[in-house]
Design a protein around this ligand. Structure first.
Ligand code: AP5
Ligand code: MG
Ligand code: ZN
Length: 216
């Protein structure tokens, strides 16, 4: 199964991809997480990407397509993947079509997470993740059961992203509307586009995701 989650920054792609991964044994491929790992490792790609990400712009299609194409060859991707944050431009979508055809894989669905822009800043500026296991939380919308302790692994250290500030979010939203939203008609025309209400509560969105998976 190959799924794409499509939505603006803060729509809940990462939150729902983690849940789908845990429940269905699909692998979450978050290009944002991969780039942040490259930044942390100090690799050449990471060094190039850091400045672009901090400006809220998009990293080059060439780098992104290369990263995904390589990752799809890993054995753990055999059961299926959830693409979280890729493709983000028409060139990336076309490159994905080509690589799936070459690997003999089929795109099952593109799930649009529909959200209003005005709630996204609050979602993004309140977000943090466990430093040990990467589980995602929010100051207001998703707190751990015990304050300061990760529900999943018991970790007590958390990170905030350097691009999660109001100014960068504005640029990221602009990049979404200009470069990524045109993918919606692209996939609608191919009959693979599904929608969930990204404004609903986190559990309700998960239920809607499950309904989409059941239907395909
Ligand atoms: P990336 O890491 O992909 O960031 P993004 O697309 O901006 O999306 P986010 O991760 O911010 O949002 P999300 O939808 O995952 O929301 P989340 O579930 O965390 O990319 C970062 C950068 O890398 C890009 O700007 C670009 O520079 C570069 N990049 C990455 N991929 C690229 C590509 N393919 N091409 C070029 N450049 C690329 O939720 C947010 C918060 O809200 C969380 O705290 C969560 O708990 C909470 N929340 C989630 N759902 C709900 C809900 N329903 N109700 C209430 N709260 C909720
Ligand atoms: Mg994310
Ligand atoms: Zn943890």
């Amino acid at each position: 199964m190959i799924l794409i989650l499509l939505g603006p920054p803060g729509a809940g792609k990462g939150t729902q991809a983690q849940r789908l991964q845990d429940k269905h044994g699909l692998v979450q491929l978050s290009t944002g997480d991969m780039l942040r790992a490259a930044v942390a490792a100090g690799s050449e790609t990471g060094l190039k990407a850091k400045a672009v990400m901090d400006r809220g712009e998009l990293v080059s299609d060439e780098i992104m397509t290369g990263i995904i194409s390589e990752r799809l060859n890993d054995p753990d991707c055999k059961n299926g993947v959830i693409l979280d944050g890729f493709p983000r431009t028409e060139a990336q979508a076309e490159a994905l079509d080509k690589m799936l055809a070459e690997k003999g894989l089929v795109l099952n669905a593109v799930i649009e997470m529909k959200t209003d822009d005005d709630i996204l800043v609050e979602r993004i500026t309140g977000r943090y993740t466990c430093a040990k296991c990467g589980a995602g939380y929010h100051d207001k919308f998703l707190k751990p059961a015990v304050e300061g302790v990760c529900d999943k692994c018991g970790g007590t250290e958390f990170n905030r992203r350097s691009d999660d500030n109001a100014e960068t979010v504005t640029s990221r939203l602009k990049a979404y509307h200009e470069q990524t939203a045109p993918l919606l008609p692209y996939y609608r025309g191919r009959g693979v586009l599904k929608q969930v209400d990204g404004m609903a509560g986190i559990d309700e969105v998960t239920d809607q995701m499950e309904a989409v998976l059941q239907a395909i």
